[in-house]
Write a protein that binds this ligand. Sequence first.
Ligand code: PMP
Length: 430
Amino acid sequence: MPQLHTRSRQLQQRAEKLLPGGVDSPVRAFRAVGGEPPFVTHAEGAYLFDADGNRYLDFFGSWGPMILGHAFPPVVEAIQQAAARGASFGASTAAEADLAELVTQCFPSVEKLRFVSSGTEACMSAIRLARGFTGRNFIIKFEGCYHGHSDAMLVKAGSGVATLGIPGSAGVPAETAQHTLALPFNDLAAVEAAFAAYPGAIACIIVEPVVGNAGTIQPAAGYLEGLRALTKEHGALLILDEVMTGFRLSLGGAQQLYGVTPDLTTLGKIIGGGLPCGAFGGRADVMDFLAPLGPVYQAGTLSGNPLAMAAGIATLRELIAKKGTIYPALEKTTAAIADGVARIARQAGVPLTVNRVGSMFTWFFTSNPVTDFTSAATSDTEAFGRFHRSMMESGIWLPPSQFEAAFVSMAHGQAEVDLALAAAQKAFAG
Ligand code: PMP
């Protein structure tokens, strides 16, 4: 039961002198939920350990990558072995094609791909490629979706942007943002209207097929198919941002689950097994527009980094080898936790809407169904903050924002279900 925070508090104070907010990514500062962010020393399986010796059951998994649990031995060994051979060469290695083969095997729509070092880079590069390929400037994104922090994507974005309640970001020129059309999610009529208003000018639609960055939101029946049909009709590309959903909702991501074939896919998180890695890929004729074959420039000193490739290969090999057991097990554990807590809330008279797809889920503190950012924003974020603080006190670390998805890993089992439900019981009783 976490009680002492003395050391974490000291480390936070020291960090605040050196790093803005004491963090390298805003939501880590716990501003939205209150309470003190623990400083992590190490992690194992489903648990994080902090500088004061406290143990936390982890429900954010480094924001998605840790589907096999922390310090999964085959991944640790692969990284160690790769590190011993040299951390980075800036020249090609066989491991890049090894990981690319595993990705294309899981994602048939990805004929060719390029590795980058983050989800932000993957999305930014995919959009440049879509613009270069189509010769068009406008892009459609959806309110509450987050595609990284590149200028064009910080319009009505989710994740930390939604958490901090800011419409976009200072420092983004209006001239850059004016080509980004932000529409409500799950509303095909809005997309049709945009294509009618900007004929022949829209390069692509980028969408989180299951939204994670406004909290978890499922696509309505026929929605993704509708986006596919409209992009095809209007000569625009469909980009599925599977940075979060890829290898998580199924081995082939949301596109396999919902049977939708995009032109381009962006990947991150799980693909690097916890190391900095992303990728974008898709139709070969589109990907061949990239330099050195084509006119769209994109590059990276650490792209295809050998350690990241090794961690990704070890992670995907495990997921591929055990897909028949891993995904059903994740589904079962996550349902038990997500629905179990919703049941406890109901008994306590707390309005709670649970959205879950596979092993990603969100407890929204609202009685409304949550189908887009507007309905997600009806959540009582104060109540979420109280719940978050109580769960932390019970040793359960949820993502520190209402507008984020929680994740379950293979290291979560019945013992972890029991811990989560007992903590929720306490939180709603208090
Ligand atoms: N797209 C989606 C769907 C994401 O969830 C994220 C990160 N949460 C990104 C892009 C950006 O990835 P990164 O933080 O690795 O830059």
